[in-house]
Design a protein around this ligand. Structure first.
Ligand code: ZN
Length: 281
């Protein structure tokens, strides 16, 4: 069941990666994060790969972090690649949650942002909560017109996802609405507020993405890598990493509070009912 959580195919200089847990709407477990990280690390060092696309199999791009599938692997140990934290799996309470989430949900997506090659997210259907941490580190985001985006975790008493980049991918005014109202944002509106690069009919999604990926892949490798470093450095100096680090601490307080008062670090809420409660603006 866990063998093929990520599919990989080459088309010229473009590597296409497909999240492949369609039965669970590509819910993110550590097996999927690890597979994605390994594929991106390999792509970084393969001179024949000039750009990488991440898409999703099935009706939705991604439903967020895995809150209940049989493949949920919260307590499993996994190898650290982005932090120097110790193993979380034999720890308890806030220590176990913070150590795991710092590595898997914050530092690994930040590492993907540093990929020295263009990274393109291709989104259809839902891209919710943790799913945003798969697309926000990308350079370009292409969506089909049926795509929608939401970070509804304030409904669970949590102040936004671990990868707290909301105010860097849309204006701070819209980010406030995105978090505090917490409704779905349609692809059309996501384009309007500057969060995504293209909205196309579903049938054109792959072709439009392929065209952009091919053009990015044809650019000089070193020039692209340096441009990305410059873009990331400017965002960092605008406060991206500092803000994320503060928000991550608050996020962990929310998990601890939830565990203390409700006995469950995600508020004891049924994620399905939250998904159903989301409305489009
Ligand atoms: Zn969390």
């Amino acid at each position: 069941m866990t063998d093929q959580v990520l599919l990989s195919e080459r088309e010229g200089a473009v590597l296409w990666l497909t999240l492949n847990r369609p039965r669970y709407r590509n819910a993110i477990n550590v097996a999927l994060i690890t597979a994605l990280d390994e594929a991106l690390s390999t792509a970084a060092s393969d001179d024949d790969i000039g750009a990488v696309v991440i898409g999703g199999a099935g009706p939705h791009f991604c439903s967020g972090h895995d809150l209940g599938s049989p493949g949920r692997d919260l307590e499993k140990p996994f190898r650290r690649v982005a932090t120097t934290w110790y193993d979380h799996s034999d720890k308890e309470g806030a220590e176990a949650i913070l150590v795991r989430e710092d590595e898997a949900y914050l530092s690994i997506p930040l590492r993907w942002r540093e990929l020295p090659k263009p990274l393109i997210a291709m989104v259809h259907g839902a891209c919710v909560a943790g799913g945003l941490s798969l697309i926000w580190p990308a350079d370009l985001i292409v969506a089909s017109d049926d795509a929608y985006f939401a970070d509804p975790v304030v409904r669970m008493g949590i102040p936004g996802i671990e990868y707290f980049a909301h105010q860097f991918v849309m204006s701070t005014r819209i980010a406030r609405e995105f978090l505090l109202v917490g409704d779905r944002m349609s692809a059309a509106r996501a384009y309007q507020v500057g969060m995504i690069n293209r909205v196309v009919p579903r049938d054109d999604l792959r072709e439009t993405t392929a065209r952009l990926a091919k053009r990015c892949a044809a650019r000089p490798r070193f020039g692209v890598a340096l441009a990305k470093r410059a873009l990331n450095a400017v965002e960092d100096r605008m406060g991206l990493r500092d803000g994320m680090s503060i928000a991550f601490g608050l996020h962990q307080v929310a998990h601890a509070h939830s565990a203390l008062t409700l006995g469950d670090h995600v508020g004891g809420q049924d994620p399905t009912s939250i998904a159903q409660d989301l409305t489009v603006e």
